[in-house]
Write a protein that binds this ligand. Structure first.
Ligand SMILES: Nc1nc2c(c(=O)[nH]1)N[C@H]1C(S)=C(S)[C@@H](COP(=O)(O)O)O[C@H]1N2
Ligand SMILES: [Mo]
Length: 445
């Protein structure tokens, strides 16, 4: 399977990209036998994946000794901070030309199609900056606590790093992830459709501990405001229950080292399950207050137009969602036979309990294997065996979380939310596999 770089922004016209359940049934009816066979094969335990291994006879890669077996290798890596293999240089964050109009307001997307497991390597963690990023000097950075507290305080990084710390694995998803797909199929690859999503181990101090030290008034102070030190005046209201649960962290660590500058070095808020915008980077101030602030990023942005023309506000939780990351848009199945269908599932409300996979556009479903660890508010990797017989198929995944919530289809989501939203699109993603092996983005209502 290859992952060619695909040009962004080609909007394919409807209706070819809209398929109703009836359309799919009609296609399925035409080749019911094939579908049944494919399912039977997929259900059977490991359907002979060894069949496509090359024979050692006549393969030059085996018969001729390569230079790495016959010459002296390099001493320890020249770059003291290790880098990926030169052969992996295609696996990078990518920007979508035309998405944001000024360099300061920028986005780069995580290459989900090429990742394994649940952790996003720090150098591939997506970025979203409302006013650019700086490499903030930790010696000059401060965190102020004010508002409804007994003792207002200002902490240095040294102060914060002396406090008891915890490490937790969580996903972060921009509320606008998959936002371009509301009206129609808009982007070619999973990197652009779902790549404002990453999952890391974060290390820091529970905000509750710091507020306790400052004598926060938990009776009156039912909200906090988090403020960043960048030019975007990023301020977000967070309900105090989330802080009291102990989940909200004032974090300095990511995947075992300090945060990367573009992800908020030296300090960011971690708000598990909540949309990315509330994970304030370069965190410089927490205020305790008795009501939501209605800041610009909660009054004008991060609101969703509902079908009745009214905007809904303060929608923070990222609902249960999943996506097949391979095979996915822009990839090519090189041959018929066994393929591992793999993907990610997550929920802002807790653990993933189940993921089902369909290869016929949602008519039949088979359970995928959830790979451990399955953690609350973290990405969960799933895998599913599939034998491709060279016919066209439509691949989908559907996740269920521990609250029993089932990821909706586009039809179900649009019925409630219409098509004028930007944020919180958690609909089931469909990838169409063509007879040529090419995989493309389609929408199934
Ligand atoms: N101070 C500050 N915090 C911020 C932002 C910002 O522009 N400035 N962007 C927010 C948005 S919209 C998202 S989705 C996440 C992205 O985090 P990342 O860049 O580490 O992926 O940070 C959030 N925190
Ligand atoms: Mo975002």
């Amino acid at each position: 399977m290859t992952t060619p770089e695909t040009r962004f922004g080609r909007i394919r016209p409807a209706p070819e990209n809209f398929l109703s359940q009836d359309d799919i049934r009609a296609v399925a009816a035409g080749r019911r036998g094939f579908l049944r066979k494919a399912f039977a094969a997929a259900g059977a335990a490991v359907a002979a994946p060894a069949a496509f291994a090359a024979s050692p006879k006549g393969d030059p890669a085996i018969l001729e000794l390569p230079e790495w077996s016959t010459t002296l290798g390099q001493p320890v890596a020249a770059n003291p901070y290790g880098m990926p293999s030169q052969f992996e240089r295609g696996l990078v964050r990518r920007q979508s030309p035309g998405l944001t109009r000024v360099p300061g307001s920028s986005v780069s997307f995580t290459p989900l199609q090429g990742l394994f497991g649940m952790i996003t390597p720090s150098g591939l963690h997506f970025e979203r900056h409302h006013q650019g990023w700086h490499d903030v000097d930790p010696n000059r950075h401060r965190l102020m606590i004010n508002g409804l507290v007994k003792t207002e305080a200002v902490y240095t990084m040294d102060d914060l790093m002396r406090l008891p710390s915890v490490s937790r694995i969580h996903f972060i998803e921009c509320g606008a992830n998959t936002g371009m797909e509301w009206g129609n199929v808009a982007v070619p690859t999973v990197q652009y459709s779902h790549g404002m999503l990453s999952c890391s181990e974060f290390t820091g101090v529970p905000l509750k501990l710091i507020l306790d030290m400052c004598g926060a008034d938990y009776k009156k102070g039912r909200y906090i405001l988090a403020e960043g030190a960048d030019g975007s005046s990023m301020t977000r209201t967070i309900p105090m229950e989330m802080v009291e649960s102990g989940e909200v962290l004032v974090a300095y660590g990511m995947n075992g080292e300090m945060l990367r500058p573009e992800n908020g070095y030296p300090l960011r808020l971690v708000v598990p399950g909540v949309q990315g915008v509330s994970w304030v980077k370069w965190l410089r101030r927490i205020e305790v207050g008795d009501q939501p602030w209605g800041a610009k990023d909660e009054a004008v942005h991060y609101i969703d137009m509902m079908p009745d023309g009214v905007h809904r506000q303060y929608t923070s939780i990222q609902e249960c969602k999943s996506v097949i990351t391979s095979p996915s848009g822009g990839q090519l199945l090189l041959d018929k036979g066994f393929h591992n269908i793999t993907g990610l599932a997550w929920s802002g409300r807790g653990k993933i309990t189940r993921v089902d996979v369909s290869v016929d556009g949602g008519i039949n479903w088979m359970p995928a294997r959830l790979e451990g660890p399955v953690l609350p508010k973290a990405l969960t990797r799933f895998n599913c065996d599939w034998v491709w017989d060279g016919k066209p198929y439509i691949l989908q995944s559907r996740a269920v979380d521990e609250t029993g919530y089932v990821q909706p289809s586009y039809g179900q989501l649009r019925k409630v939310r219409g098509t004028s939203s930007i944020y919180h699109n958690n609909a089931i993603q469909s990838w169409k596999v063509a007879e040529s092996g090419e995989v493309g983005n389609v929408q199934v209502l």
